[in-house]
Design a protein around this ligand. Structure first.
Ligand SMILES: *[C@@H]1O[C@H](CO)[C@@H](O)[C@H](O)[C@H]1NC(C)=O
Ligand SMILES: *[C@@H]1O[C@H](CO)[C@@H](O)[C@H](O)[C@H]1NC(C)=O
Ligand SMILES: *[C@@H]1O[C@H](CO)[C@@H](O)[C@H](O)[C@H]1NC(C)=O
Ligand SMILES: *[C@@H]1O[C@H](CO)[C@@H](O)[C@H](O)[C@H]1NC(C)=O
Ligand SMILES: *[C@@H]1O[C@H](CO)[C@@H](O)[C@H](O)[C@H]1NC(C)=O
Ligand SMILES: *[C@@H]1O[C@H](CO)[C@@H](O)[C@H](O)[C@H]1NC(C)=O
Length: 349
C-alpha cells in the first residue's frame, strides 16, 4: 500500500501544474546526480556539511557561497539566504531547473550566500548518530521534529559558519509550516530571521483539496491499528508518521502537534495529555507571502485564515493560475515570485 503511495504521492499532492517541466530537455544529465554534483555541473561553487541535531539526526546542509555573476570579490561578506524545501522533496527542488529559473542559482548570481537545508528522512538526511535508519525509532518523527530540531540546528550552524547574526528564510509548502512552528515557539531562532518568505504556505489544511491528504486521511484508521507499520516506513523521503500527522489535521482550521495516540504518550512528549496547538500569532518575524489560487494543498481559504493570524506581514500576493508546484517549476516563476524576493531583500518593494 505504501509503495503505491510512494509512486502516486508526488503527482497527487501537487495536482496539475502550470507549465511545469515543459521547457526541460528530454534527457537531463543531472537526473542521477547528487546535490553537490548538480551545483558543480552548472559551474557553481558548492559546499556540503553534515550537521547533527540535538536528537542525533545527521542532516545534509548545502551551500552555494557565490554565483557565476557578481563573483568578482569573493571575500565580500554576502547576505545569507536559507532555503527550506517542502513535503516529499529535498534541497534539490531549489536547483532542479535551468540556473536561470532555479531560486538557488538565481540568488547566488544576485550576490547572496545561499544555504539549502534537508529535513530528516530525505535522501540527504538519512543518518543518525546511534539509531539505525531501518529502525522504528529513526522514523518516529513528523514536521514537529523538523521544526524543533532540524531547522534550529541548520540556522545555528549557518550563523556560526558565516558570522552573520541575521539571515533571510525562504520556505515552500511544508518548509513554511516548519518556519511558522519554529519562529512562533523559539524566539531565539526567530530573532535570526530578517524576513520570512513563504511560498505556497501551509498552516491549516481545512479546505485542502489535495488527493494525497484525503488519501492519508482515509488510511488513518488502517494505520492506527498498526503502529509498527507507520513508524517504520518512509513514503518518498518522509516518514509515514509525517503523513499521518498531516492526516490528523485534515478538516481542521488549527495546526497542532502530532497526536501520539494516547494521553500517556502525549504527556511524555508534551507534558500535557493532548497535543498542543501551534499559535502563529506569536510569531513576530517580518513575513512576505505568495500563494496560488489553483493550489490544491495550500488552499486559498486556508491561506486566508493564515493571513489573518500573521502579526508582521510585509507583503502578500495571490497568483490566480498558480498551483503548489508552480512556485518551483512555473514558467514565469522568476517574474511572479523570485525577482520580487530579491527586490524585497534589497528594500525595493
Ligand atoms: C556526491 O557525489 C560526489 C561525487 O561522486 C561524492 O564525492 C559525494 O560524496 C556525494 N555526496 C553525497 C552526499 O552522496
Ligand atoms: C574585497 O572585499 C574586501 C572586504 O570587503 C575588501 O577588503 C577588499 O579590498 C576587496 N577587494 C577588491 C579587489 O575589491
Ligand atoms: C469536516 O468538518 C465538518 C464540520 O466542521 C463536518 O460536517 C464534516 O463531516 C467533516 N468532514 C470530514 C471528512 O471529517
Ligand atoms: C509540566 O507542566 C507543569 C504544569 O503545567 C509544570 O509545572 C512543569 O514545570 C512542566 N514540566 C516541564 C518539564 O516542562
Ligand atoms: C495566540 O497568541 C496570541 C499572541 O500572543 C494571543 O493573544 C492569543 O490568545 C493566542 N491564541 C491562543 C489560541 O492561544
Ligand atoms: C515585533 O517586531 C517589531 C520589529 O520588527 C518590534 O518593533 C516589536 O516590538 C515586536 N513586537 C513584539 C511583541 O515582540
Amino acid at each position: 500500500m505504501w509503495c503505491f503511495f510512494k509512486v502516486l504521492s508526488f503527482i497527487l499532492i501537487f495536482g496539475t501544474t502550470h507549465g511545469a517541466f515543459r521547457y526541460r530537455r528530454s534527457v537531463n544529465p543531472e537526473a542521477n546526480m547528487n546535490i553537490s554534483q548538480i551545483i558543480s555541473y552548472w559551474g557553481y561553487p558548492d559546499e556540503e556539511y553534515d550537521i547533527v541535531t540535538e536528537d542525533g539526526y545527521i542532516l545534509g546542509l548545502y551551500r552555494i557561497p557565490y554565483g557565476k555573476i557578481n563573483n568578482d570579490n569573493n571575500s565580500v561578506q554576502r547576505l545569507v539566504v536559507y532555503l527550506q524545501h517542502g513535503l516529499l522533496t529535498s534541497a534539490i527542488s531549489w536547483i532542479s531547473n535551468l540556473p536561470s529559473n532555479s531560486l538557488g542559482f538565481i540568488l547566488a548570481d544576485a550576490g547572496y550566500d545561499v544555504w539549502m537545508g534537508n529535513s530528516r528522512g530525505t535522501t540527504w538526511s538519512r543518518k543518525h548518530l546511534y539509531l539505525k535508519t531501518d529502525s522504528k525509532e529513526f522514523w518516529a518523527f513528523s514536521f514537529d521534529e523538523m521544526a524543533k530540531y532540524d531547522l534550529p540546528a541548520s540556522i545555528d550552524f549557518i550563523v556560526k559558519q558565516t558570522g552573520q547574526e541575521e539571515i533571510f528564510y525562504v520556505g515552500h509548502s511544508q518548509g513554511t509550516t516548519i518556519g511558522f512552528i519554529t519562529f512562533s515557539t523559539m524566539p531565539k531562532i526567530a530573532e535570526r530571521i530578517k524576513i520570512f518568505f513563504a511560498l505556497a504556505p501551509v498552516f491549516s489544511i481545512k479546505y485542502s483539496k489535495s488527493a494525497l491528504i484525503k488519501m492519508a486521511y482515509k488510511l488513518k484508521s488502517v494505520i492506527k491499528s498498526r503502529v509498527d507499520v507507520y513508524m517504520s516506513h518512509n513514503p518518498a523521503g518522509t516518514s509515514v508518521q509525517n503523513m499521518l500527522h498531516w492526516s490528523q489535521l485534515f478538516n481542521s482550521s488549527h495546526l497542532k502537534a502530532f497526536d501520539w495516540g494516547s494521553p500517556v504518550l502525549n504527556f511524555l512528549h508534551f507534558n500535557q495529555t493532548t497535543s498542543p496547538l501551534y499559535n502563529v500569532t506569536k510569531m513576530n518575524v517580518s513575513t512576505a507571502i505568495w500563494n496560488g489560487e489553483s493550489d490544491l494543498l495550500a488552499d486559498p481559504e486556508d491561506v486566508k485564515i493564515l493571513l489573518s493570524k500573521i502579526t508582521n506581514r510585509i507583503y502578500h500576493k495571490s497568483i490566480s493560475y498558480y498551483n503548489h508546484i508552480d512556485f518551483l517549476f512555473g514558467l514565469d516563476v522568476y517574474h511572479q515570485v523570485y525577482h520580487e524576493i530579491i527586490d524585497i531583500i534589497k528594500g525595493h518593494l
